[in-house]
Design a protein around this ligand. Structure first.
Ligand code: SF4
Length: 375
């Protein structure tokens, strides 16, 4: 990885709902308050994004995860794992999270015909014996309920092997007022399908009253909601904030999933604590009786070879600012599930045929992003 000086190309986009909330928090607690800062750092574009840094990935996987059918790429579909694959109906979102893994992707929205091709692929002989679930993500698929409904129906028609549909959205905190009957209808009358809603609540302040109302409405439809969060410097990188967050999620019947280390992508250096700090925080959170054992997140890094949960012994070595992470992904399996997959430059295959990779660590320097203007 080399240094870069390229300016951030990810435009700032903040929904009217979030703008209202930020203005109210600033007027109430002030610009220096933790609650205001938690939103500011997630959504307001900062000069630090353009600073020279070693973080220079442009894609969250620096490897090919696209799939093909009949010699053609199936647009909007990615596969890394056996049971599941990813479908992205659109890359449009209500707001732009500054640390987004799609920050450097071109915008697109799949047509109905392209969504049908994705569903046909899911039910094709290439994958149907093993594929059991899809993660429908983006972008934010709830932004376009009509397209999402079309995709769900197409999957039920052409890929009956898919029994679980996970739908990723931040609309619950970006703009819950847009979650209406058009979205509720998608989850109704779909016998045999388990729907899960994957959201991302990084700080307790994001559980606005309007957000809670929609969490309750969606849960009442039998949809399981879970939250996968990102550990962000200055937003939630302390035990008290994380404990309050997971306590509140548990009260709302929202399950915890991953707590991700922030990706080593362009413009994100200022938001990335070190892995060591993350592991220490998680140990203090999980092994201290501070939160219920029923809502323990898994601390994980999203690497070029897939997600690696950071258990004791996962970090094999350290060189400069990189760490060698051991996975239990088999190289042979990976090629079987996706013949197009190429071993990324950062990765190697160990003597057991398992993948390991060099991952760029974050830092605990004081240069975290505190460019918050005084009110
Ligand atoms: S909602 Fe998700 S896809 Fe959209 S900008 Fe935020 S992190 Fe990225």
């Amino acid at each position: 990885m080399g240094a870069t000086t390229e300016k951030s190309v990810f435009p700032e986009k903040i929904s009217p709902f979030l703008k209202e909330k930020m203005a109210a928090l600033c007027a109430g607690g002030g610009a220096a308050s933790a609650d205001y800062r938690a939103l500011y750092l997630q959504y307001v574009k900062q000069a630090a994004e353009d600073a020279v840094a070693l973080e220079d990935n442009e894609r969250h996987w620096e490897a090919n995860v696209d799939v093909e059918m009949d010699g053609h790429r199936v647009k909007g579909v990615e596969r890394l794992y056996r049971h599941s694959l990813v479908i992205e109906p659109t890359l449009v979102c209500a707001s732009h999270c500054r640390y987004c893994l799609r920050a450097h992707y071109g915008m697109f929205t799949l047509s109905e015909d392209e969504l049908k091709q994705a569903a046909l692929f899911c039910g094709s002989k290439l994958v149907r014996d093993e594929l059991r679930e899809v993660l429908i993500t983006g972008g934010d698929p709830l932004i376009l309920p009509q397209r999402l409904g079309y995709l769900v129906d197409a999957l039920m028609k052409y890929a009956p092997n898919v029994k679980t549909m996970r739908i990723a959205t931040r609309l619950l905190s970006h703009d819950p007022r847009r979650i209406d009957n058009n979205i509720f209808e998608i989850f109704k009358h779909k016998p045999g399908i388990r729907f899960e809603l994957a959201t991302q609540i990084n700080h307790p302040v994001e559980l606005f009253p309007e957000t809670i109302e929609k969490i309750v409405d969606i849960s009442a439809l039998g949809v399981k909601i879970y939250s996968q969060n990102v550990l962000l410097k200055g937003v939630n990188d302390d035990v008290e904030t994380l404990a309050a967050l997971y306590d509140r999620l548990r009260e709302l019947h929202v399950e915890a999933h991953y707590l991700f280390h922030c990706l080593p992508m362009k413009g994100m250096h200022h938001l990335r604590p070190s892995l060591g700090k993350g592991i220490e925080l998680v140990k203090r959170l999980l092994n201290s009786g501070r939160i219920s054992g029923r809502i323990k997140p898994m601390f994980a890094a999203m690497t070029d070879i897939g997600k690696i949960t950071l258990y004791e012994g996962t970090v094999l070595a350290r060189k400069d600012n990189k760490v060698l992470l051991q996975s239990h992904y088999s190289y042979a399996d990976r090629l079987r599930w996706n013949p197009n997959w190429k071993l990324p430059k950062t990765a190697a295959v160990d003597e057991n045929g398992l993948l390991r990779m060099w991952y760029l660590d974050g830092s605990d320097d004081a240069a975290s992003s505190r460019e918050i203007p005084h009110a």
